[in-house]
Design a protein around this ligand. Structure first.
Ligand code: ZN
Length: 507
């Protein structure tokens, strides 16, 4: 009787909402899991953004080992920006290792997984823009259709989600259709199931603590309860259940427009003729550029699927050069990082910017947490990383371009924070409180399945979540070393032997 693992990923789930609502009795399943399992903060990666955060979870590695640092990738040689997709991520995931051990896996709707890849089981991919061919194997789509699966376009986030009951119902049926797929896969005997609910990220950004958001959470709680009952009725199966988010969320009061600040201080030079086009954020310029300013015209526009397709194409790759004079600029920023360009004395400028950005204050105190890339990333893709990462402190959000350096809240009511949620519940899980890192889940899951842990994963096995009598607590972790690491260890061993021999000869 083997152990099975279910991971429920709730995009953007935060204790700021779940804790008070559970205590008030609105989310009884969450309350039960917290009381009978291990729970705490999950500290996300830097930057705490959906891309790369979900992949940091599934690989156990930091963005420098993945080659993706945000939703978009800026190429400092060509000055082009592109939306990242699953092919841009260059590391093996939990399900690749499990598949090699012939463990059957199912990955449903995790952002960063489009286009889907081959796994030992099924994959339904989510974002960016899974309009077609979003399943592995391809014909799994027919099974999804039969179950009433509703695809969710990341695109809908741009529609500014009118807060009406129709919109809420739409979200509920999207979420329900995903749980239905997961329940079917439990019945089909999968060993590892990863179900992610992505739409709540957008819901919380736009609606935050509203009664509509609570309605959606109550519905998730109910579906989760049904799933747990289903699993607990399978008496011959031992399930461990993880509930996690990719990052947390909180409300904020002011917006910091990083490129406006860089422009104001002479580091970034804009092209005059297009200056007026640089308002809100990058996505907004594209919409503005194509005359899609009003929300009504945008809705009409997006309702035509053909035109929608064209917009998707435009949005996938666009040219910043039309707005930014790269020849005269030393920097360009996305909302999570600053790239230094065209400059010989990079380190000097980097230091100067870090000092200045660290000091920045708004109405609510310091605005940013600032990290040089070496502090947060390691690995072969470090050279592709932004040179400086910026994370908003409490009360602030960061956007790339705006009308001014600091503004009021933009169209979102809430923004990301690093502290997400973590709950473990089920077979051999003890009760208590534990804070974890997003990188800890991959090694812990491999440990459960007796799969060797790659030595370059950044997390650790969460031994303390298991009961002391369990084998998961008692058994040693097994590490898997790459060829280069084996050689390095071998050379070190020879060196150490030589050193000892020399010491002996000296005495
Ligand atoms: Zn997210």
């Amino acid at each position: 009787m083997n152990t099975k693992v279910f991971v429920l990923g709730l995009d953007g789930a935060t204790w700021d909402l779940i804790k008070p609502w559970s205590e008030m009795g609105e989310l009884p399943t969450f309350k039960m899991m917290i009381q009978n399992g291990v729970y705490g903060n999950l500290v996300s990666c830097i930057p705490p953004v959906t891309y790369p955060a979900w992949k940091c979870y599934s690989t156990g590695k930091n963005p420098g080992k993945l080659g993706v640092f945000s939703f978009v990738k800026f190429n400092p040689q060509t000055f082009k920006v592109k939306i990242c997709n699953s092919i841009d991520f260059k590391a093996k995931e939990i399900w690749d290792y499990l598949g090699e051990k012939n463990i059957r896996v199912a990955i449903i709707d995790m952002p960063t997984t489009y286009p889907p890849k081959k796994v030992n089981g099924v994959m339904v991919s989510e974002t960016p823009f899974p309009t077609s061919n979003f399943t592995y194997p391809k014909d799994f789509k027919e099974e999804l259709d039969a179950l009433g699966y509703i695809p969710f376009y990341e695109f809908d986030q741009l529609l500014y989600l009118a807060k009406d009951i129709q919109k809420v119902k739409e979200k509920l049926s999207i979420i329900k259709s995903r749980f239905k797929v997961a329940e079917k896969l439990v019945d089909e005997g999968f060993d590892f199931i990863n179900l992610t609910i992505f739409p709540i990220d957008a819901v919380q950004h736009y609606w935050w603590k509203s009664k509509e958001t609570l309605m959606i959470w109550k519905y998730i709680d109910k579906l989760l309860c049904r799933l747990l009952i289903k699993i607990s009725n399978k008496f011959n199966e031992k399930w461990i259940f993880f509930v996690i988010s990719d990052h947390g969320m909180r409300s904020y009061n002011q917006t910091f427009y990083v490129n406006n600040w860089l422009h104001k201080h002479g580091y970034l030079v804009l092209r005059k003729k297009n200056k007026s086009a640089l308002t809100t954020d990058i996505i907004n310029f594209i919409l503005r550029k194509y005359g899609l300013l009003g929300s009504l015209s945008r809705k009409i526009f997006l309702s035509f699927s053909g035109l929608r397709y064209i917009l998707e194409r435009i949005y996938r790759s666009f040219d910043l050069e039309e707005y930014v004079d790269f020849e005269k600029s030393n920097v360009i920023a996305t909302a999570s990082g600053i790239y230094l360009i065209n400059i010989d004395q990079k380190e000097k400028l980097k230091h100067e910017l870090i000092v200045k950005l660290n000091k920045l204050r708004g109405e609510y105190g310091k605005i940013l947490e600032v990290f040089p890339k070496e502090k947060v990333c390691t690995g072969p893709f470090l050279k592709e990383s932004p040179d400086i990462f910026i994370v908003p402190r409490k009360h602030y959000d960061i956007k790339s371009f705006g009308k001014d350096v600091i503004g009021r809240r933009h169209r979102w009511l809430a923004t990301h924070k690093r502290e997400g949620i973590f709950i473990a519940y089920g077979y051999c899980i003890r009760k208590g409180h534990v804070n974890i890192s997003i990188y800890d889940l991959a090694p812990t899951i491999l440990h459960i399945f007796d799969s060797a842990i790659p030595y370059d994963m950044d997390g650790r096995v969460l031994r303390e979540i298991f009961t002391k009598a369990s084998s998961f607590y008692k058994k040693e972790e097994v590490y898997q070393y790459g060829r280069r690491e084996i050689l390095r260890r071998y050379v070190n061993k020879i060196k150490e032997n030589l050193r000892l021999r020399r010491k002996k000869l000296e005495t």
